[in-house]
Ligand binder design. Structure first.
Ligand SMILES: [Zn+2]
Length: 112
């Protein structure tokens, strides 16, 4: 039996490289974080755009994903790929950025 190349061995060699020069690594990882953030934002936007195009195709475009009410035309003009009405978007933003823990415990309570 042959063993597949070990992921652990790969991880060890990466770790050794990272500790080679801590100052260098901090700078590099900060730059990488910014790049990842930009990439994240871009892929989130392109995902939303694709989803909006799909909703146009299936006729659900302009309806809130949460409450299925129509999204205000003014909002759609500003954000054509909007997935939620203003009320639901504010709720979603609030729970993800400020109250991540609260929403987790709410999920937990709901499941129980
Ligand atoms: Zn809504």
């Amino acid at each position: 039996m042959t063993k597949a190349p070990s992921i652990k061995a790969l991880g060890d060699s990466i770790r050794i490289q990272q500790f080679a020069d801590p100052a260098d690594m901090t700078q590099e990882s900060a730059e990488r974080d910014v790049a990842v953030q930009l990439l994240d934002r871009e892929s989130a936007l392109s995902r939303q755009l694709r989803a909006a195009i799909e909703r146009i195709a299936d006729g659900s475009y302009g309806l809130c994903l949460e409450c299925e009410e129509e999204i205000a035309p003014k909002r759609l003009k500003a954000i054509p790929w909007a997935e939620r009405c203003i009320g639901c978007q504010e709720k979603a933003d609030g729970s993800s950025s400020q109250r991540g823990r609260m929403s987790n415990s709410e999920d937990w309570a709901e499941a129980a």
